[in-house]
Design a protein around this ligand. Structure first.
Ligand SMILES: Cc1ncc(COP(=O)(O)O)c(C=O)c1O
Length: 498
């Protein structure tokens, strides 16, 4: 395809020199938007950075910064000695974002305009598949709904509704139902080494609301945030939607590489991490690295979000206590969720705020949606304090260990030589490796054509991924469906390697 003439590109990219939004960011936003709504088509060759800079009247560095970010996010691809192209096969997540953005554009066509924040929200993907409600082999992050404690929950809910005090039917505390906050504080202290009082525990609508609140309470547009790369799309979305500049920080065997992050951008306001079980690679952040990160954050006056989303599921090795318990300067915002231990639809989670941030978080929580549903919180409290919660976790831990073993055996039998899968000490999915040269987006697409969900690792990366892999969630998949799913993968990928 011919190169887009600069004169054609620049009208798409009206830059406002007087705006407080940096020029590179305006250029990035403009190009991204044009790609997403099809004004610049996949495969189009972009003008050279120098020519575009001249045309737009900005420095070449500005253009290169915008291109770098688009490269990192997978919108652009380069061919050595051959220029810069719009990615031919845009990742599913981007296409999904594109669909949403189209509606934003259509809105504009009718004379209605979204705010900058609204446009940002509309264009931000949250996950690879979840909006479409995908479950089954091998959707990651879905617990065993088949083993959900239906009877117990039904009994507890019926008991609550029969004996409800009128007090529980009025407006509740925006921080959450106090007995639930007490129960969570006790659980976190005993099971995770979190140091907090019940006052610091704020009940949220799952970790996603915790991420959104944290971003809104602590970030201004343009603030720099470090994120593990690859990393959790829900966090990336919440941070981006707040206008943050997300800097991908690579991982090593000890977790987020603080030295590498520091070299990339040290003017950081917030760091997002999943130290117990990095999502999606499964790396556990070492104690040395935790201490190094805390010291670094103290020195740079940065906040840390610790997302402890699935720490209950560890099958081997000793779990490390939460990083929050090591924090002596009150800079860790700790997040937990009932999505993995019960089910995502429950939409209940918790945020543990440092004492001096509690009021701000509670105010933001109240403004968002007043508070979580009180009866659901009360039923969950009974579930925890009457011992069902601990029992359910023990049962699920055994069940998931069994399902992981079944998946590993099936892979060994059906996909040997094609998929490298190793036992994982924790979590609900395996990160499996494809042979060199096999594109994971293509592998995922083929799997989808055979009815199997196998999200590509590269969808979670901002920078170029080092290896090609797919995630296979097993926790929510029954044994026969695991076997059938792996057979489908073998069929789907037979030609890929042949
Ligand atoms: C890293 C991570 N954090 C948090 C969550 C849970 O999100 P929520 O509590 O909003 O359901 C998930 C679920 O997939 C996750 O993978």
């Amino acid at each position: 395809m011919n190169k887009l003439p600069t004169a054609l590109t620049s009208p798409l990219l009206a830059l406002d020199q007087s705006s407080t939004t940096p020029l590179y960011r305006q250029l990035y936003d403009g190009l991204r938007q044009a790609i997403l709504d099809g004004r610049i088509v996949p495969g189009a060759r972009l003008p050279a950075t120098r020519a575009l800079a001249t045309e737009l009247g900005v420095s070449r560095n500005t253009v290169m910064s915008a291109f770098d970010q688009l490269f990192a996010e997978g919108y652009l691809e380069g061919r050595v000695g051959d220029g810069t192209y719009v990615t031919r096969t845009l990742p599913d997540t981007l296409l999904h974002a594109g669909a949403t953005t189209m509606s934003a554009v259509a809105l504009q066509g009718t004379g209605r305009r979204l705010s900058r924040r609204g446009a940002m929200l509309a264009a931000t993907p949250v996950s690879t598949s979840r909006e479409r409600g995908q479950v089954g082999a091998f959707a990651p992050g879905i617990p065993a709904i088949d083993a959900f404690p239906f009877e117990t929950m039904a009994t507890l809910a019926a008991r609550r509704w029969r004996n409800l005090s009128s007090e529980l039917l009025g407006y509740g505390d925006p921080a959450g139902y106090r007995p639930l906050r007490d129960a969570i504080a006790a659980y976190l202290g005993a099971a995770r080494g979190v140091r907090c009082s019940a006052e610091q525990v704020i009940i949220v609508g799952g970790s996603q609301q915790g991420l959104d609140l944290t971003a809104r309470v602590l970030l201004d547009s343009g603030n720099v945030v470090w994120m593990e790369d690859p990393g959790y799309l829900g966090a990336r979305g919440a941070l981006r939607a707040a206008g943050a500049e997300v800097i991908p920080v690579p991982l090593d065997a000890e977790g987020l590489d603080v030295v590498a992050g520091n070299a990339r951008n040290a003017a950081v306001r917030l760091v997002y991490i999943t130290p117990s079980h990095q999502y999606p690679t499964g790396v556990t952040m070492s104690l040395t690295r935790r201490l190094a990160l805390l010291e670094w954050a103290t020195h740079h006056d940065a906040w840390i979000i610790e997302d402890d989303y699935d720490s209950e599921y560890r099958y081997a090795g000793r779990p490390l206590a939460a990083l929050q318990g090591l924090d002596r300067t009150g800079r860790v915002i700790y997040l937990g969720t009932f999505s993995k231990v019960l089910c995502p639809a429950i939409r209940l989670g918790y945020l543990v705020a440092p004492p001096d941030l509690v009021d701000a978080f509670v105010a933001a929580r109240a403004l968002a949606d007043r508070h979580a549903p009180t009866i659901d919180q009360a039923v969950l409290t009974d579930f925890i304090v009457e011992g069902h919660f601990a029992r359910h976790i023990r049962r699920m831990r055994a069940l998931y260990a069994e399902r992981q073993a079944i998946l590993l055996e099936a892979i060994e039998r059906e996909l040997s030589g094609l998929l490298d899968a190793r036992p994982a000490e924790a979590g609900m999915h395996l990160l499996t490796w494809l042979p060199d040269g096999i594109n994971d987006q293509l592998a995922a697409q083929r799997a989808a054509e055979y009815g199997v969900i196998a999200p590509p690792l590269s969808a979670y990366n901002l920078a170029a991924p080092l290896r090609s892999g797919v995630l296979l969630g097993y926790a929510g998949v029954k044994p026969h469906a695991i076997e059938a799913g792996v057979k489908q993968l073998a069929a789907a990928w037979a030609k890929l390697c042949g």
